[in-house]
Design a protein around this ligand. Structure first.
Ligand SMILES: NC(=O)c1ccc[n+]([C@@H]2O[C@H](COP(=O)([O-])OP(=O)(O)OC[C@H]3O[C@@H](n4cnc5c(N)ncnc54)[C@H](O)[C@@H]3O)[C@@H](O)[C@H]2O)c1
Length: 389
C-alpha cells in the first residue's frame, strides 16, 4: 500500500449512484461517507428506498437533483444510461435477497458495482454475477469493510510473510449481543434479517460469519477444505434461521479453525475478533481496538503493535492520520472505496496509483456465499462435515 496522499488522484470523480441505503438504514451512511471521503466518487443519483417518495425526499435532502432521485433501480439505470453525464458506478445497500437482481441489472448496464454482502443468497447467482462482470469488463467489489483496516494488512503481511511460521489455527468470532431477545417485532432492520425470503437461508452466518470467513482467508491465505456447523435459534420464532452458529474448519495442509457467529452474546458490543496461531507465534486483532495488533512469539512476552509506526509492513502504513491518533471504521471503509475508485476509473493514471493494492472482489463475494451455504448444508444435515468446494 502506498502512503496516503491528500488531494485529487483523479481528474474527475466517478459519477456514483446508490440503490438502497435510504434514510435510517443501517449501512447507507457508511457508503456515502467512505465513497466520497477522498473525492474520488461523487453521489449524483439514487434509488435509495423501497418507498419511492421517502427515497426521493431523502435524496433531495442529501443535495441531489430531484430528477435524479429515482423511484426504482430499473428507472435509475435506464435514465442514467441516456445521459451523457450518467452514473459510472453504483453501490447496492439493500437487503440480501435483492442483491442479485439489482447487481445483474447494473452490470448489464455496464456499470461498475460495489455490492453489500452476502453478494447473493444462491451460489449460482453469485457465480453468474462474477462472470457477467468479467464479460462486461467492469469491477464488482464486495463491501467487506473490516478488511480496510491497516492492522489487518499488518496481520496479513506477518502471517503470509512467514515470520510466524506455518499456520496452525484460525480462530474467528463475530458475536454481538444486540438481538438476544425478540427485538425484531419493533425493528424492521432486524426483521428482514430473520425472514428467509429476504435474508436468505441464514441470519448470522450470512450477516456475520461471512465477514469472519473472508478475513480469515485474507490473513491466513489458506484454502478451506471442509467444515462442520451447528446453528440454533435461541429466540424460537427465528427458526429456521439461526441467531447463533459455531463452525469447525479444516484448511489445506494441517491447519484447523473455529468460527463463532452470534447475535445473542449478551455483554458483547461487536465482538469481531481474529486470532491466527502459527508454528512460531500468533497474532490477534479485535475490531473494537482496530489500531492495535497483538503479536506473540513462543517464549517471549506478548507485544502490541500500534498503527502508524515504522516497524510495520509498508502495506500497513497508509496513515490518513499519524500513529497515536485512533483511525477507525470509517477510515477502513474509505481505504477500500479509494481502491475501488482507482480500479474503476477510466483515467490512465488510476491503475498505476492502485499499485497492486488488494480489495474485496467478486471472487470474495462468491466464496462468502459458498461459505454461507456450506454451513447451512452442514448444520441442517446434523452438523455433518461437508467439502467446501
Ligand atoms: N458491510 C457491512 O459491514 C454491513 C453492515 C450492515 C449491513 N450490511 C449489508 O447491507 C445490506 C443492507 O443492510 P441494512 O442493515 O442497511 O438494511 P436496512 O434495512 O437498514 O436498510 C435497507 C435500505 O434499503 C432500502 N431498500 C430495500 N429494498 C430496496 C429496493 N428494492 N430498492 C431501493 N431501496 C431498497 C430500504 O428502504 C432501506 O433504506 C444488507 O445486505 C446487509 O447484509 C453490511
Amino acid at each position: 500500500m502506498t502512503a496516503f496522499v491528500e488531494g485529487p488522484l483523479l481528474q474527475s470523480p466517478l459519477r456514483w449512484g446508490m440503490v438502497g441505503g435510504g434514510k435510517g438504514s443501517q449501512i447507507g451512511h457508511s457508503h456515502r461517507d467512505a465513497a466520497q471521503r477522498d473525492g474520488l466518487m461523487q453521489l449524483v443519483a439514487g434509488a435509495f428506498d423501497i418507498d419511492a417518495e421517502r427515497g426521493r425526499s431523502f435524496g433531495v435532502s442529501l443535495g441531489l437533483d430531484a430528477g435524479r432521485c429515482y423511484p426504482s433501480y430499473a428507472a435509475m439505470f435506464e435514465a442514467e444510461a441516456a445521459r451523457s453525464d450518467g452514473i459510472q458506478v453504483v453501490s447496492i445497500a439493500t437487503p440480501n435477497s435483492s442483491h442479485f437482481a439489482v447487481c445483474k441489472a447494473a452490470l448489464q448496464a455496464g456499470l461498475h458495482v460495489v455490492c453489500e454482502k452476502p453478494l447473493t443468497i444462491r451460489l449460482e447467482d453469485a457465480q453468474e454475477l462474477q462472470a457477467l462482470a468479467t464479460a462486461r469488463g467492469v469491477v464488482l467489489g464486495v463491501m467487506y469493510g473490516y478488511t480496510g483496516y491497516e492492522m489487518v494488512q499488518q496481520a496479513r503481511a506477518m502471517v503470509q510473510g512467514g515470520e510466524l511460521g506455518a499456520v496452525r489455527v484460525v480462530h474467528m468470532q463475530f458475536a454481538h449481543g444486540y438481538h438476544s431477545a425478540e427485538v425484531e417485532s419493533a425493528d424492521p432492520g432486524t426483521k428482514w434479517r430473520v425472514t428467509p425470503a429476504i435474508s436468505g437461508p441464514s441470519y448470522v452466518i450470512g450477516d456475520l460469519a461471512t465477514h469472519c470467513y473472508q478475513m480469515g482467508a485474507l490473513v491466513s491465505g489458506l484454502q478451506l477444505e471442509s467444515l462442520s456447523c451447528v446453528r440454533r435459534s435461541f429466540v424460537a420464532s427465528r427458526a429456521p434461521l439461526e441467531d447463533d452458529a459455531h463452525v469447525m474448519l479444516r484448511y489445506q495442509g494441517n491447519a484447523v479453525g473455529m468460527l463463532w457467529a452470534s447475535a445473542i452474546n449478551i455483554g458483547s458490543a461487536h465482538g469481531f475478533k481474529l486470532r491466527v496461531v502459527c508454528e512460531k507465534g500468533s497474532i490477534e486483532w479485535w475490531d473494537e481496538q482496530p489500531n492495535q495488533l497483538k503479536v506473540a512469539f513462543a517464549g517471549k512476552p506478548e507485544m502490541t503493535y500500534e498503527r502508524g509506526h515504522g516497524y510495520l509492513d509498508p502495506s500497513a502504513r497508509f496513515e490518513r492520520v499519524g500513529g497515536g491518533h485512533p483511525a477507525g471504521y470509517f477510515d477502513a471503509w474509505a481505504n477500500l472505496y479509494r481502491r475501488f475508485a482507482l480500479a474503476m476509473s477510466p483515467e490512465p493514471q488510476a491503475r498505476a496509483l492502485l499499485d497492486g493494492q488488494w480489495f474485496p472482489s467478486a471472487q470474495d463475494g462468491v466464496e462468502g456465499v459458498r461459505f454461507m451455504l456450506r454451513c447451512v448444508e452442514s448444520a441442517d444435515a446434523g452438523s455433518q462435515w461437508v467439502g467446501f468446494q
